[in-house]
Design a binder for this molecule. Structure first.
Ligand SMILES: [Zn+2]
Length: 75
């Protein structure tokens, strides 16, 4: 089974949106994900940052907010 996902990204050379060639998703060090590939027309490298709502392993943000309130005395 081949899972070829296509990502659209804006090519600055073509000045148009292109479907990435050889697209693959990379996880960045800050936890975000980006799809990287090439423009099928001119070969320019394309990068598209993906929304971070597809996180693996839900983090408990609600509990962290409570401790943030106590720390927020920067004035
Ligand atoms: Zn292009």
């Amino acid at each position: 089974m081949t899972t070829e996902t296509s990502y659209e990204a804006y090519c600055v050379k073509c000045k148009e949106k292109r479907d990435m060639k050889n697209a693959h998703v990379e996880q960045l060090e800050n936890g975000r994900k980006a799809a990287k590939g090439e423009c099928p027309v001119c070969g320019t490298k394309l990068t598209r940052f993906l929304p971070s709502d597809a996180k693996q392993g839900g983090e408990k943000k609600d509990k962290q907010q409570d401790s943030d309130k106590q720390e927020s005395k920067k004035k």
